[in-house]
Write a protein that binds this ligand. Structure first.
Ligand SMILES: *Cc1c(COP(=O)(O)O)cnc(C)c1O
Length: 352
């Protein structure tokens, strides 16, 4: 009945352990939809892994993880003197590690909470958040002159997804960090390969390098994961039969399959199939191809082949069109679904 993520538990846990063992100082990232697993489940798994810190994406995610993991909670969204950052549970104050990305926020946070724990983020070529080299130096002066007891927990670098080596960029950023003379020897990094991490550790042996990993940890062994929908209904149709919200007609005889999983789960339209030029469409039409009559590929596959949506997905279910020929699955059968895990809300996550 459900859109289900089934996890081969032994295989998944073995992968999680292997990533943790090869990444000393690992900080699991537990954010968004929990990479499909839910935040609560990942927080418990991080506790099972024995790490001392997890990273959440936003302040609003803290209540989902704080009772399931009792270590430190690094918030990746930079602190600002407004909004959710000012509305955290006081009971968590000593576990939260804020991210600061503006010099004014350093002063502002410490004026409100002198014992706040925080990392200073240095901007990277991502240009998302953080301090420039000059700002990092200015923040260091503010800390040195006005807040000598501040709890600086490290420097954060958020690198783009690898397009070649990160090492020359990281080398430049580390120069800025060293020059800023901050009272910390911890560097939190993302998206470095194992080889890049090893190189960084070798070059900066007096620094503690802490990788923040989400995708490579939770979703790093796709063979441990299977996503399935259930066939809920099967209707035989003849050419010309009307169906669906818009009274569309079947272009040929076949079957409508109603499967679980729709827009509420994040199931969306895939890119149109193949070449969409008029000539190509005419050729497909001549062959009787269904994409030419406006059917769009769905993420559901039956017997290894991706099938077409009969119409755009509904909230909790999708309609597929199966022309005569392939085997028609039965009501109750499971079919495979290809999803973006970080954008899918599963009805169930079953870990064996
Ligand atoms: C999301 C995020 C990560 C983890 O990214 P993955 O690609 O899921 O490993 C690390 N650092 C920051 C700042 C992030 O926002």
């Amino acid at each position: 009945m459900s859109l289900t993520l089934t996890v081969d538990g032994d295989r998944w846990r073995a992968h999680l352990r292997a990533v943790a063992e090869s990444n000393p100082g690992l900080t699991p990232v537990v954010k968004g939809n929990g990479y499909g697993f839910t935040l609560g489940r990942l927080a418990r798994k991080a506790a099972w892994l024995g790490v001392d810190t997890i990273a959440v994406g936003t302040y609003d995610e803290l209540p989902h993880v704080s009772s399931r993991f009792d270590g430190d909670l690094l918030v990746l969204t930079p602190w600002r003197p407004f909004g959710a950052a000012l509305e955290t549970d006081p009971a968590l104050a000593d576990r939260i590690v804020h991210t600061l990305g503006r010099v004014s926020d350093v002063s502002d946070l410490l004026a409100r909470q002198p014992d706040a724990r925080f990392v200073l983020e240095r901007t990277t070529s991502m240009l998302r958040h953080g301090l420039s080299a000059r700002d990092l130096w200015a923040a260091s002066r503010v800390l040195h002159d006005q807040h000598p007891g501040a709890r600086v927990e490290g420097i954060a670098l958020h690198l783009p997804l690898a397009q070649g080596s990160h090492l020359s960029e990281v080398g430049r950023l580390m120069n800025d960090v060293v020059a800023a003379e901050l009272p910390t020897r911890t560097i939190w990094v993302s998206h470095l390969t194992d080889a890049e991490l090893a190189q960084l550790r070798a070059s900066y042996a007096d620094y503690d390098i802490r990788p923040r990993i989400g995708t490579g940890l939770w979703l790093g062994d796709r063979a441990a994961l299977r996503v399935t929908a259930t066939v809920l209904d099967v209707h035989e149709v003849e050419r010309g039969d009307a169906f669906g919200y818009r009274g569309r007609t079947a272009p040929k005889s076949g079957h409508l399959l109603i499967v679980s999983g729709g827009t509420a789960h994040g199931i969306g339209l895939e890119a149109p199939t193949g070449d969409q030029s008029i000539k190509a469409r005419a050729a497909t039409l001549a062959r009787g191809g269904l994409d030419a009559v406006g059917f769009v590929r769905s993420p559901f596959s039956i017997d290894g082949k991706q099938r077409l949506f009969a119409e755009p997905p509904h909230m909790q279910a999708s309609m597929l069109f199966l022309p005569h020929g392939p085997r028609v699955p039965e009501v109750g059968e499971q079919v495979d679904v290809r999803v973006r895990y970080t954008a899918t809300a599963f009805d169930r996550v079953v870990v064996s």
